[in-house]
Design a protein. Structure first.
Length: 199
């Protein structure tokens, strides 16, 4: 009797393999052959689970954002307000190996989205989901009396993405240089401190 395949698990394995390949060789080097080799499967298996490379990339893009959300908003547990906002930013910064992989993939997908309509739409949807949570963090911070007067929530959310995606690009460009993790953590601290009452 043939072994049953857990389709969701196999798709996740292929997506994870894709992210590792993108981190190692960039999006241009993430051929279907390279992805299949990394995932330990054949090209026909890739086609069976995703149809084509574009579908794999869209799924991988979604996985990067989902992992950021998991780290920032779910693993964070009971954090609220500015503590939750800081946790959210640290979730997107390349502070360890897993986050460095995600940051490199995020930067690569951002560039590819300029000419890839499906990828651009996937990014827009993911960013909208994250925006909603960020606005929620700011609302909580205001209710908790943490937020200084005059904070423009829209400007804060915009800055959040600028910092997170700028750090992702630096991770790609500065790979192999001395670790920037302490600087990235300082960015998260400074970002939140500027929003606090009494600052």
């Amino acid at each position: 009797m043939p072994r049953r395949v857990d389709h969701d698990q196999r798709r996740r394995e292929i997506v994870e393999a894709t992210l590792r390949v993108v981190h190692r060789v960039g999006l241009a080097g993430a051929t279907t052959r390279a992805i299949a080799d990394e995932a330990g499967c054949t090209l026909s298996v890739l086609a069976h689970f995703f149809g084509n490379k574009d579908a794999i990339l869209v799924a991988a893009q979604g996985a990067v954002y989902e992992r950021m959300v998991q780290r920032g908003f779910r693993i964070g547990g009971d954090l609220r307000g500015l503590a939750a906002l800081r946790q959210a930013l640290e979730a997107a910064l390349p502070l360890d190996e897993e986050r460095a992989v995600d940051a490199a993939a995020n930067a690569a997908f951002a560039a590819a989205a300029l000419t890839h309509a499906d990828l651009a739409e996937a990014r827009r949807r993911s960013r909208q989901d994250i925006r909603r949570v960020l606005y929620g963090c700011l609302t909580e911070a205001r209710e908790l009396g943490e937020l200084r007067d005059g904070v423009d929530d829209g400007a804060v959310v915009h800055e959040f993405f600028v910092i997170a995606e700028g750090a992702a690009l630096s991770e790609v460009l500065d790979r192999g240089q001395p670790g920037a993790s302490p600087w990235s953590r300082d960015l998260a601290s400074a970002f939140v401190e500027r929003l606090q009452c009494g600052r």
